[in-house]
Design a protein around this ligand. Structure first.
Ligand SMILES: Cc1cc2nc3c(=O)[nH]c(=O)nc-3n(C[C@H](O)[C@H](O)[C@H](O)COP(=O)(O)O)c2cc1C
Length: 337
């Protein structure tokens, strides 16, 4: 693979979602492989002190690289943590001899450019059961389980833990300062979360049974405890009821986090190809206390890694989160022509 080929693959890999759009990765390309390294300069020491969510983000980027390589007609295999002496060398994607491109390769690669996080309310339409089954099988292929949160007691417990976590976050000045550092008012910013991509209203007043992460907490005016007066005869707003799925693993180390990231990346591409959108709801997994309680309240065997709401989009995307230029994150090993 030459420099031009690698540039296209890394452009696809960096379209992956990442916590707060930190893009915590750097890539080194050689003729026969692409190395993906965690970039500690982009850490989130308050929200993610173990780098769990950043490693998941890198796992998703590795999956996007594999999908892009296969769609370009190459065999591609991801080797996780290839260097025991360097735990930040997270993945080497090895490129093999040419192979025939399948329809699935094409469809998934085409979804890379369209996928985005959609935090707006979804249309009132359920995610087909057959699709959930397929997502479950795909996740299981990389040792990750997918649990739809459908039972009402599990839903109540999960929503309760998310709101506990939100409360803790809203009152933690260090968390708020870190979050503010990754919010971007310039829509052309190359990283961070654009304010136009997050709903401006308080998530607590949104007619939904799920609570999305509040990115602009602190910069909103004082809130009334009541909804603004409107037409008293108007029907109450429809309550959004998205499908919510939990991804988890049997262990809780960098290998497991990378696998969860790969499963997340694939799930998002399959969902995008089917016309769905998603947004993570990871507040309850940010903090050891709420994460542990989720394990017990949902009787999980293993470790929750990612909670996602999924559904059909009601509106066109408002803004796309930016990405750093490929040249900033990719270097070439000697001999890559
Ligand atoms: C591990 C992980 C955790 C995330 N947690 C949240 C979250 O709690 N709330 C949210 O709205 N978005 C969350 N996101 C989505 C990112 O904010 C989003 O991927 C990033 O801003 C880039 O935007 P894009 O996905 O539209 O490309 C998360 C993403 C990852 C990979």
């Amino acid at each position: 693979m030459d420099e031009q080929g690698w540039t296209a693959v890394v452009a696809a890999a960096t379209r992956a979602p990442s916590i707060h759009n930190t893009q915590p990765w750097r890539f080194v390309a050689a003729p026969d492989r692409l190395e993906l390294h965690l970039d500690p300069a982009r850490a989130l020491p308050v929200l993610d002190p173990t780098a769990r969510q950043q490693v998941i983000s890198c796992g998703a980027a590795a999956e996007f690289a594999v999908v892009a390589l296969r769609a370009a007609g190459h065999r591609a295999e991801a080797e996780l943590l290839p260097d025991p002496a360097d735990p930040d060398h997270l993945v080497s994607v090895h490129v093999g001899p040419p192979r025939e491109v399948t329809e699935e390769d094409r469809v998934l690669a085409e979804a890379i450019g369209r996928r985005h996080t959609d935090r707006a309310p979804f249309r009132p339409r359920a995610v087909p059961v057959g699709l959930v089954d397929r997502l479950q099988e795909d996740a299981a292929a990389v040792d990750v389980w997918l649990k739809p949160i459908t039972a009402s007691d599990e839903e109540v417990a999960t929503v309760f833990l998310i709101s506990r976590a939100e409360e803790m976050e809203r009152s933690d000045p260090e968390y708020l300062a870190e979050l503010k550092g990754w919010l971007r008012t310039d829509p052309a910013a190359a990283d961070g979360v654009p304010v136009v991509a997050v709903p401006s209203e308080d998530p607590a007043t949104r007619p939904s049974n799920w609570l999305i992460r509040d990115f602009v907490v602190g910069s909103r005016g004082p809130q009334s405890a009541f909804l603004p007066p409107g037409d008293p005869d108007a029907p109450p707003p429809a309550v959004e009821r998205p499908s919510v799925v939990l991804l988890g693993t049997n262990s809780d180390d960098r290998t497991a986090w990378l696998l969860a990231g790969r499963a997340l990346g694939r799930l998002l591409l399959v969902a995008t190809a089917e016309g769905l959108v998603a947004s993570p709801l990871t507040q309850a997994l940010d903090w050891p206390a709420t994460r542990t309680r989720m394990r017990t309240r949902l009787s999980l065997v293993g470790y929750p890694q990612m909670l996602l709401r999924m559904g059909y989009p009601a509106t066109a995307p408002t803004a796309t989160a930016g990405r750093r230029p490929v040249a900033e994150v990719l270097s070439f090993a000697p001999g890559t022509g």
